[in-house]
Design a protein around this ligand. Structure first.
Ligand code: PAF
Length: 285
């Protein structure tokens, strides 16, 4: 595996990988890799001739009081994991390379970015859309894979790619991969390592409460009542606060107040101790 941190070297490496019409799948990450990321890499390998991954802790997607400084950085260990999974190129730019002096462009995706995490974390999805657009232009992949754990992020990226004609001539160039969970049901996340043992045990209750709410909604319970019960169960289970617990259209993320079998997603963000966790699950399919 080549680890590259200069754009001109990346461009040469991508050109070399694509010789003979070979395809490239891209797995962008912020590092602190876990089994969820490695699942993305494995699926990328199954889809394309070569896999490129990136590790870049993107400052533009962190708010002023968020965990940018604390975010785990362990490039050498992550690189070893990617190499063992057969990744051809690791793109690991510095902040100055990604956003050089005078950088002034922002990508903002309206609608889908404005609710849920977008409302709770102003500017977050502008930062995500901006860096992912840059990464797509830098890597020029045939496929890009993202975890469904960040469902809203996936929806924002899909909207941006369609709106800005970023996709290659593959209908499904942006591929969502189902969330990987611990046996307890806790969705894997780089931020889980902030949890102590008792918080980790309590955090598992989130997915249990979500499944209960989904079962109620699917059996015809009032959506507002099911979400209120979910909120109460999560708070009783040790979470300190809930940013949101919403039933939304799976693609547009419009709020759903009456469930009639449409393609829907239950999305939750809640805090346990100092750690903010997100999760989502499909409803009705
Ligand atoms: O999901 C992530 O790790 C990040 O948001 C991404 C897509 C790599 C952009 O920084």
């Amino acid at each position: 595996m080549q680890t590259i941190n200069r754009l001109e070297d990346l461009r040469k490496a991508v050109d070399a990988l694509k010789i003979g019409g070979k395809t490239v799948a891209f797995v962008p990450t912020m590092g602190a890799l876990h089994e969820g990321h490695l699942t993305l890499v494995r699926q990328a390998r199954a889809r394309a001739d070569h896999v490129i991954s990136s590790i870049f802790v993107n400052p533009r997607q962190f708010g002023p009081n968020e965990d940018l400084d604390a975010y785990p950085r362990r490039l050498a260990a992550d690189a070893a994991l990617l190499e063992a999974e057969g990744v051809a190129v690791l793109w690991a730019p510095t902040v100055d390379q990604m956003y050089p002096q005078g950088y002034a462009t922002n990508i903002s995706v309206s609608g889908v970015s404005e609710v849920a995490c977008g409302a709770a974390r102003p500017g977050h999805f502008d930062g995500v859309a901006t860096v992912v657009c840059k990464l797509f232009n830098q890597v020029r992949p045939d496929f890009a894979l993202f975890g469904e754990k960040d469902w809203q992020q996936l929806a924002v990226i899909r909207r941006m790619a369609r709106d800005l004609d970023l996709t290659q001539p593959h209908v499904d160039a942006i591929i969502g991969v189902p969330t990987v969970r611990e046996p307890s049901g806790l969705a894997l996340s780089s931020r889980n390592q902030y949890l102590n043992d008792s918080e980790r045990a309590q955090a598992a209750g989130l997915s249990v409460a979500m499944r209960r709410a989904i079962a109620a909604i699917e059996s015809g319970a009032d959506v507002g009542a099911a979400l209120a019960a979910l909120n109460a169960e999560v708070l009783a289970g040790g979470f300190s606060s809930i940013d949101y617990a919403d039933l939304r259209d799976a693609a547009t993320l419009e709020d759903i107040t009456t469930f009639t079998g449409q393609s829907a997603r239950l999305l939750v963000a809640a805090r346990i101790g100092a750690t903010r966790l997100i999760d989502n699950m499909s409803v009705g399919s």
